[in-house]
Design a protein. Structure first.
Length: 258
DNA sequence: ATGGTGGGCCTCCCA
């Protein structure tokens, strides 16, 4: 079972890359973030023709998440509980039946939170608090759960080429990193970090030649419940996708579960 | 180096 996450930075601008990547990588389930599309403009036909079921949770202009799956969806839950006034499309959960039982996969797009001291930073921390509460509740199901997405959190200094450059950024604040660590301490395993000590980045800014200098950060993560972590066979970052024409600034991260 | 690049979309917002 191959599960991937990719912030594609606009599904309509990235449809050719997305189709190329799906054919090449062949994930069973792909979580997308920043689709920047409303649901009825999502290019579902092209994706369905590759054998995927498509569920989206979009909004106009910004944000938006989707899950593509070769398995049929038993259930889809949109929106992260905990704030009924939150209109931003950043979270959806799909539930699937596998030969080994239920599998839950979340596609999440955690708020960026910049600049520090703003409402946006408070929103990020509140969103992470809601995520922690939701995850703690889901853990009681004792099922394999994969929380995949763009967390907009650099967990550790080794997850950035130039950590000192991020000291005043919301992605590397003690509060952001602490909230990510609390999620881990609930019992969720960072699949990539559990698989390798290699320096791996998932995002390179479009600006200032960041890609050419390998000035990257690791902010796209797959967090696994104990029942999912027990089945983790491999994890990798598909870095070559960043070198394609018209790339997203993020690359896909992929895990294999037994 | 207080710029730089890119997507969405219509005037700037977001990253």
């Amino acid at each position: 079972m191959k599960i991937a996450t990719w912030n594609i930075n606009g599904v309509k601008a990235r449809i050719d890359n997305l189709l190329t990547w799906l054919k090449e990588s062949q994930p069973d389930i792909a979580c997308l973030q920043e689709i920047k599309s409303v649901d009825d403009q999502f290019p579902r036909m092209e994706i369905e023709s590759l054998g995927y079921h498509v569920e989206t949770h979009g909004q106009k202009g910004f944000n938006g998440v989707a899950i593509l799956s070769k398995l049929r969806f038993d259930e889809v839950n949109r929106r992260l509980p905990g704030d009924d006034s939150d209109e931003q499309a950043r979270f959806m959960e799909g539930v699937f039946s596998t030969e080994r039982g239920a599998l839950r996969v979340v596609s999440l797009y955690l708020p960026n939170g910049n600049p520090l001291g703003s409402e946006k930073f408070l929103y990020k921390l509140a969103w992470m608090d809601r995520l922690e509460r939701w995850a703690a509740d889901r853990l009681m199901l004792e099922e394999p759960i994969v929380l995949a997405g763009d967390y907009n959190v650099i967990p550790q200094p080794e997850d950035a080429k130039n950590p000192e450059a991020w000291l005043n950024d919301a992605l590397f604040q003690p509060e952001s990193r602490g909230a990510f660590r609390r999620l881990a301490n609930l019992g969720f395993t960072d699949a990539v970090r559990a698989s390798t000590d290699d320096v791996l980045y998932t995002f390179w800014d479009y600006q200032a030649g960041a890609w050419q200098k390998n000035n990257g950060i690791r902010i796209d993560h797959l967090m696994l419940s104990p029942e999912a972590a027990d089945r983790l066979a491999a994890a990798s970052v598909e870095k070559h996708v960043r070198a394609w024409e018209k790339p997203s600034d993020h690359v896909p991260v992929v895990i294999e579960l037994n």
